[in-house]
Design a protein around this ligand. Structure first.
Ligand SMILES: [Zn+2]
Length: 222
């Protein structure tokens, strides 16, 4: 329902700012319903967007409804939805520790079980491309085919999810990973999970349960 989607977007916009994952007018988020996408308006702080402000755009034609201009990354968001039918939410953030680490060439690796359960074994990194246009759309969509989370050097992170909650948790967990890796490297000899430990997490029934629960919780909100 359109009203519920607008409500949830405003709610998650606030959460992203609370978690320090965006600053000022940075970052942009969206959610899909049927043939339409609701996007953050250009130039707004994510925690100041009212329900009426989310910009409705036709996913196939790009037609914009209303008076506000959608985010300058609209093309990237639409590209992701067109590429993967099951994706219902896209969150793009500028988390400072993640961006610092990946831009310094530090590789993200599974450092705790939640990484494996919610981000996957591997999270791809793409080289810097100019924001707000076809270059970033092409680079991100190319990776989103196979991954739900993409790290962008000198820029930020894009997370896709079957619900807003799922995309949000991924965005949050990426920055928690960065903090953990940073602290581990400062402290000394950081050990990440080895292949067997990764496979053990993948085989845990408890993890399946958690993934299912994550989806159910947000579906219940709809
Ligand atoms: Zn950005």
């Amino acid at each position: 329902m359109e009203r519920k989607i607008r409500e949830q977007l405003s709610e998650y916009g606030k959460k992203l700012v609370e978690k320090g994952l965006v600053a000022g007018p940075g970052g942009n988020i969206s959610a899909r319903e049927g043939e339409h996408v609701f996007l953050s308006p250009s130039g707004f702080f994510l925690d100041e967007i009212e329900e009426k402000d989310w910009v409705k755009v036709d996913i196939n034609t790009g037609k914009v409804f209303g008076d506000l201009r959608p985010t300058c990354e609209t093309s990237m968001h639409l590209g992701i939805y067109l590429e993967r039918e099951e994706i219902k939410a896209v969150i793009h953030t500028h988390p400072p520790i993640t961006v610092g680490l990946i831009s310094a060439g530090v590789k993200f690796k599974p450092v705790f079980p939640d990484y494996v359960a919610l981000l996957g074994r591997e999270v791809p990194v793409i080289e810097y491309v100019v924001p707000a246009g076809e270059a970033i759309r092409k680079a991100v969509v190319g990776k989103i085919k196979k991954y739900d989370t993409v790290l962008l050097k000198n820029h930020g992170v894009v997370c896709a999810g079957e619900t807003l909650r799922e995309a949000f948790v991924r965005s949050w967990l990426v920055e928690e990973t960065a903090k953990t890796i940073f602290v581990g490297k400062v402290a000394g000899n950081l050990k990440c999970l080895n292949l067997r430990e990764i496979e053990d997490v993948e085989n845990l029934e408890a993890e399946d349960y958690r993934k299912t629960l994550l989806k159910q919780n947000s579906d219940k909100d709809k």
